[in-house]
Structures are given as C-alpha cells and as structure tokens.
Ligand binder design. Structure first.
Ligand SMILES: Nc1ncnc2c1ncn2[C@@H]1O[C@H](COP(=O)(O)OP(=O)(O)OP(=O)(O)O)[C@@H](O)[C@H]1O
Length: 251
C-alpha cells in the first residue's frame, strides 16, 4: 500500500499448537480510521499485542513509519508513536481527571515536575490541551472513579494522547456503553483522527459503530484475514456475511 504508516507481512504467532495469528498481511494508510472485526477468539487482541511488542512474532515483519519494529521492545514502540488505549482501564480512580492526565504527561516526558520548573509549565500546558481535546474540561476536577462510562473512555483516550501517538490502537472503545455514549465516544475518536491527524485502528463488536465510522474494515477469523475493504465492500461480501455479520446489518 502506498502511503502506509503500518505495513505487516506474513505475521505468525502460535501458542502451543494453536495458530492465533496465521500468515497475516495487513496495511494501514497514514491518517486512516480503520476497524478490525471478527468473532471472539479470532486473534484481534493478540494482533495488537504483537504490534505493541507485548508478544514476539514467530515469523513475518511489522514496519511502522518506515522502521521495522517486529522485534522491538514495547518502550521503543511507544517512543516511535504507537499508543494503545485498553479495554481494561488504566485510570487511577482516586485521582482527579487533571491529576491522571498530568501524571501520564509527566511519565512521558520522564522529568520530575518538582525539580525542573520549565518542564512543569510545559507539562501543565500539555495536560490542559489534552483535557480540552478530549472534551473533559468541565470534568477536570472530578475524581476519576466517579466518571460515567463514556467520560472514563475519554480519560483513557487522554492518557493515550500523552505519548503524542502517530497511531492509536483501541480495544473495543464502545464496550459496555449506551448507544449515546458509544456515539459520543466514536465522535471523539473521529475528531482526534481528523483534527490531530492520528491514525486509528480499533477492534469492535459494535457493528453499527464499525460501519458508521471505519474507513476500512478488516475481518479476522482464526488469525487469518478473511477480507479487507470499505464498509460497502464488507457489507456485500459473502464470507463476511457467513462468518460474522449474519443478518445483523441488513436492516
Ligand atoms: N497468552 C496466550 N496463551 C495461550 N493462548 C492464548 C494467549 N493469548 C491468546 N490466546 C488464545 O488465542 C486465541 C485468540 O485470542 P484473542 O484474545 O487474540 O482473540 P480476540 O479476537 O481478541 O477475542 P475477543 O473478541 O474475545 O476479545 C484464543 O483462542 C485465545 O485463547
């Protein structure tokens, strides 16, 4: 793919005898907002674990922004610009929204705010900016444990932004949300993609969100890519219908 920010060829990973990632070739255009779908156990999380260096591939290559990262350590991959917002929350629930984001920004800069005043000012500016970008300004002083599900997801996105990512990986960003919260969360993801130019790849079981927001959809099953295309192409694809979508998108 020309203009690909992520280029994956022949990626393989097995656990015991189970081929969880099975000769996967996949590319993402810089600036894209793409979805990965598939049944439970299809290998979506494992794929993200390989991308972030949490698991080591058995074979194949992963190239990100022109650099091979197949065997890179997680810290190196984060530094190069891949950030992941987890399905399971990363938030410190007793801290306020502001304190959570400031802590993440501070961890990213690696400087102590207590001893280095210019760094402190920069970190506070960046904290404010991220809180605004994520629509959390009116929640900045609230203890994070008290946030609604939708606002918790906004905070997770804010924490992911602290690393100034080029590529954001989202595990089921609308899991456990009402329809309104899901829409509002995906509107924010789309805004971060459009306004900040961050490439986004998200996994999702919420098919309505996938078809509304994704520019390209890739269906995985048993660790293999079954089909990848525009929402319209996936909607019309017989394998996608048979393996995953069933009747759910006809209406
Ligand atoms: N560390 C591991 N050791 C052994 N098996 C694993 C490991 N991680 C994942 N698996 C297996 O790999 C398969 C794919 O799991 P994975 O979590 O990647 O799927 P998924 O598509 O993300 O599923 P879901 O939609 O339920 O989140 C499953 O059969 C799982 O049990």
């Amino acid at each position: 793919m020309t203009g690909a920010i992520l280029d994956i060829r022949g990626l393989k990973k097995s656990f015991g005898g189970l081929h969880v990632t099975n000769d996967l070739t996949y590319a993402v255009r810089g600036g894209a907002l793409d979805a990965i779908i598939g049944p439970n156990g299809a290998g979506k999380s494992t794929f993200f674990n390989l991308l972030t260096g949490y698991h080591r591939a058995d074979a194949g290559t992963i190239v990100f922004a022109g650099e091979e990262i197949t065997r890179a350590a997680p810290e190196r991959i984060v530094k190069l610009g891949i950030s992941r917002a987890f399905q399971v929350s990363n938030i410190f629930h007793r801290m306020t929204v502001f304190e959570n984001v400031r802590t993440a920004v501070q961890a990213q800069t690696g400087l102590s705010l207590e001893f280095f005043r210019p760094a402190r000012g920069l970190a506070l500016d960046q904290t404010d900016e991220i809180i605004h970008q994520c629509g959390l300004a009116s929640r900045a002083g609230i203890v994070s444990g008290r946030l609604s599900q939708g606002d918790k997801k906004r905070l997770e996105l804010a924490l992911a932004l602290s690393g100034k990512p080029k590529l954001l990986l989202l595990d089921e960003p609308t899991a456990g949300m009402s329809r309104e919260e899901a829409e509002s969360t995906m509107d924010l993801v789309a805004a971060l993609n459009r306004d900040l130019g961050i490439t986004v790849v998200f996994t999702e079981h919420d098919i309505a969100a996938v078809f509304k927001y994704a520019e390209r959809i890739t269906l995985l099953s048993r660790g293999t890519m079954i089909v990848s295309g525009t929402p319209e192409e996936i909607r019309r694809n017989e394998d996608a219908q048979k393996l995953y979508l069933g009747e759910s998108i006809h209406g």
